[in-house]
Design a protein around this ligand. Sequence first.
Ligand code: CA
Length: 395
Amino acid sequence: MGARLVKINVGARTDVGRVRRANEDSYLAREPFFVVADGMGGHLAGDIASSTAVSTIEGHLTDAAPDRPESFAALVQGANRAIWERAQGDSGLRGMGTTCTLLFLDAATAHIAHVGDSRAYRLRAGSLEQLTEDHTLVARMVREGKLAPEEAEHHPQRSIITRALGVDSDVAVDLVAVELHSGDRLLLCSDGLSSMIQESAITDVLGGEQDSQAAADALVDLANEAGGEDNVTVLIIDVVDASAEADHGAAGAVAPAPPDAPTRSDTPAELPPEVRVSRRPRRWLRRLSGLLVLGALGAAAVWVADYTLEHSWFVGVNDEGLVTIYRGIPEEIAGLSFREEHEVTDVALADLPGWKREDVRNEMKFDSLDGARSNITNLERISRDSQQSAGRVGG
Ligand code: CA
């Protein structure tokens, strides 16, 4: 070690795939910064989310520095805020989100800031290691021992992500630092690659194709040959010990370093231990994991932000026929329920007049608990009035 890893070869490709009409992935390759963002949200919102992530990060590259690794998380948080603010100002964009995996190369260290289910891998000596943790329900279940890794690969709910940029004013960002050896090959990709082809196939391509651009092209082609069900984005970054290899020029680099980009240190980095920070417990996830185990398995690939669930309320009827405030959403997604009873009231559905029963059966949504409670107050009054008038008619 102690190598001066100053030479980088980059291969990059993004592709719409064979099924989707639009490519909602975005990427940035501005050495030493590399970003993959996979947008979601319907219509053009996903594209806006991922491109806003990339452009916001690109506009603040000089704010980050390797001696402050938290500055990489701050870049991602800034992107989150930009997307969230844009969504607040446009109801058509509300709920859009994006993954974001940012990699910064500093001499012999790769700093990674990460949210979502795009991935960073390192290929070393023929073996592939995933450097990021997927923020998905199935990954959570694997970590908790509820699902085998092989089952997760083909699980119908593998696309449900639990953390994304753009759905809250704040987001928890994973920060990872790994040391690099000469000859290491880094891969950033959207799930359009990792969900379409096996890791063994990725390893074969990365180990067999020396040219970084040709390897990126080959991976995208494989994802498309496997069905191309999703947009696919691949960035390959080869790090080479410059002292061991004469200068070859910048072949393969798709985006030359701009003059204002932070310059990489040419001195060997102090190698930090591999660290992960900013991991906060996700209460909803524990519930959702349980629900997922119990729930029927549908085929839809959906995305659910736990923020949405935390801040959604509706009024419905429980199994005993009592009007109940639920936290979550009334709809089932892919056969899964995302609700929990919050307050059971004394109001029986049977005591409401017919016209109001229908409303409650159809489940009324609120964006605050106060809103749901004031609706209950109204239902209590209607229920009293209805029983009094029924009493008058009956007596
Ligand atoms: Ca995707």
